[in-house]
Every structure is written in structure tokens, then in C-alpha cells.
Design a protein around this ligand. Structure first.
Ligand code: ATP
Ligand code: MG
Length: 294
């Protein structure tokens, strides 16, 4: 356990000023040398068991909320992380929201509007499958997406990305001050591995549906996306809302990192079941007595 907790420390970015994506290898497993099968067992037996217990306390205590943000290129494994890591969680205490191209109604509002409505309540884990970070990623890579946002022209200038970073950082500061723990994961996939996964989708009948023609088009903008991701992490990594750069070429490893990070964050909250005070204790004892007497 101790070794697993140490390995991801390096992946946690709290200060972005000198962040360089080039120093992170998507194929890295941070010295963890186990088979896929072992990883699966470790995920289930070690991390997911703890996650289940912690989530029960989170729910019972009803004070903190957890916001998990998943970002990554197509086929980076966001869906797989949700499916596998969250299999340890009671569905009642967990909600997943996927953010797609904004609707007409959403474009009529400020960019945080649609995400604000989907924030997790106290006691819950909320997962954003993509998030308001798309506003400094896809929208930055494609100027036409910004043009659709109906912003007053005088507000759209070269400073717009810096302003969005500032607004996002301020928003996350606000959330954390109100009891939402913000954990942001960038599933860092290599271009070659994306190609391999796309081909696999195309060549496996049960996976073909996952392939969207647009995905190949986005792939052509790979370098622009990587620069946008790097700049985003530089400007929005903070101690209260860190980024985790998760090597994602090995699915088993990415899942382990996300699960371990989530568990560690929950453990740091020192969650306890609410304690029954003396007066409530007496009432409960009376209820028990009545039931026994039936
Ligand atoms: P999958 O793994 O199924 O492909 P996905 O998250 O890529 O999952 P899609 O339905 O393919 O889901 O597409 C979501 C698309 O919506 C992405 O291409 C994303 O960039 C885009 N999108 C999300 N938020 C915004 C936004 N604010 N503005 C413009 N496009 C956005
Ligand atoms: Mg997609």
C-alpha cells in the first residue's frame, strides 16, 4: 500500500508554473511491475474495498462532496475508469455527468452554468466525464466553437484563455471553500496508443459503435491539444484543486492511479460515522425495548 501511495505523488501537480507535459511518459507505470491480472485483483481487493467503506462514511457524514474531473483525448479510457473504479461505489452516492457539445440553451448562458447545475451534493461523489475544461481545450483548438458562444464581441480578445483560467481557478477555490474536494485527472494517452485503440475499435465488431468519424479529424489537431492541455495545467493546478497527470497507455495502471488517488483523498478527510449523543442514545434504547417487547 505504501509503495502504491508513493508512486502517484509524482503525478500530482499542485503548482503549474514550471509544468512540462514532455516530462511525463504516457506509457509509464511508475515502477509498478505487475501483470494486468494482478492489477485487477489489487484494484478490487485493495483499493475498491477501501473506497466502498470510505464512501459509506462520506454519505453518512453528509458534509463533504467529491468532484472528480476526467479529461483526456478520445479513447484515453475515461469510460473504463468510470466503469471499473466506480464499481466499488454505492450508486446512490455517486453521479456521473458527461459533457458533450453544448446545446442551444447552454450556449445562452455563461460557460460554467451547465456544470454548476451538475455539481455533487454533500455526501456524494460526482464525476464529470469531460467538464468546463473543454472551454480551454476543444474551444481553444477550434475557433469556430468560440464563435458559437454568442459572447459580446468586445469581450473576446487574445486574453480570453487567461481569463478563463482565472475564472476556473476562482470557481474551484470557491467550491473547495464550500466543502467540495476537487480532483482533476488528465488521462495522458500517446498518439500511437490512440491509433492502436481506434484500429481495435474499427476491427472488433462489438467495439465498432464506439468509433466516431470525427475522432480521426480531432486526432489531426493532436499537437494543438497537447499545448492546450499543458497550458491549462500550468494555469489551473493548485494545492486545493490539483491536477493528476495519469499515464494512460496502460489501462490497468490508469485505473489504479485514479482509485488510489480517490482513496487517499477520502482518507485525508478523516471521515467518521455520525456519533449518537446521549439523549438520542436513550431514545434508540427505548425503541429497541419496544421492539423486543412486541
Ligand atoms: P466517447 O469516448 O464515447 O467518444 P466523448 O466524451 O468523446 O466519449 P462524444 O459524444 O464523442 O463523447 O463527444 C463529446 C464531444 O463534445 C467531444 O468531442 C468534446 O470535445 C465536445 N465538447 C464537450 N464540451 C464542449 C464544449 N464546451 N464546447 C465544444 N465542444 C465540447
Ligand atoms: Mg468522442
Amino acid at each position: 500500500m505504501a509503495t502504491t501511495e508513493r508512486f502517484f505523488e509524482r503525478l500530482r501537480i499542485e503548482r503549474g508554473a514550471s509544468f512540462s507535459l514532455a516530462t511525463f511518459d504516457p506509457g509509464d507505470t511508475c515502477g509498478v511491475e505487475i501483470s494486468k491480472k494482478e492489477a485487477h485483483t489489487r484494484l478490487a481487493e485493495e483499493w475498491l474495498t477501501r473506497l466502498t467503506q470510505l464512501q459509506e462514511r462520506l454519505w453518512a457524514q453528509d458534509r463533504w462532496a467529491i468532484l472528480v474531473i476526467l479529461q483526456g483525448m478520445d479513447a484515453a479510457g475515461k469510460d473504463g475508469v468510470i466503469k471499473h473504479v466506480m464499481s466499488g461505489v454505492n450508486p446512490q452516492g455517486c453521479q456521473v455527468t458527461s459533457f458533450k457539445v453544448p446545446s442551444a440553451e447552454e450556449l445562452d448562458h455563461d460557460f460554467l452554468w451547465r456544470t454548476t447545475r451538475a455539481l455533487p451534493e454533500r455526501g456524494r461523489i460526482g464525476i464529470f466525464n469531460r467538464s468546463y475544461y473543454e472551454e480551454v481545450l476543444v474551444v481553444r483548438v477550434h475557433p469556430t466553437a468560440l464563435a458559437r458562444q454568442k459572447l459580446p464581441p468586445r469581450l473576446v480578445g487574445p486574453d480570453i484563455w487567461r481569463q478563463r483560467f482565472e475564472d476556473i481557478a476562482a470557481f474551484e477555490r470557491y467550491l473547495t471553500r464550500n466543502g467540495t474536494v476537487v480532483l482533476k485527472f488528465f488521462l495522458h494517452l500517446s498518439r500511437q496508443e490512440q491509433r492502436r485503440r481506434f484500429l481495435e475499435r474499427l476491427e472488433t465488431p462489438e467495439k465498432r459503435w464506439k468509433f466516431a468519424l470525427g475522432d480521426v479529424v480531432e486526432r489531426r489537431h493532436w499537437n494543438d491539444y497537447m499545448s492546450a492541455y499543458e497550458d491549462m495545467i500550468r494555469h489551473t493546478a493548485s494545492a486545493h484543486a490539483p491536477w493528476f497527470v495519469v499515464p494512460a497507455d496502460h489501462k490497468w495502471f490508469a485505473r489504479l492511479v485514479v482509485a488510489a488517488t480517490l482513496v487517499t483523498a477520502l482518507e485525508s478527510l478523516e471521515l467518521e460515522f455520525p456519533v449518537v449523543d446521549e439523549a438520542q442514545g436513550a431514545e434508540l434504547e427505548e425503541a429497541r425495548r419496544q421492539l423486543l417487547a412486541e
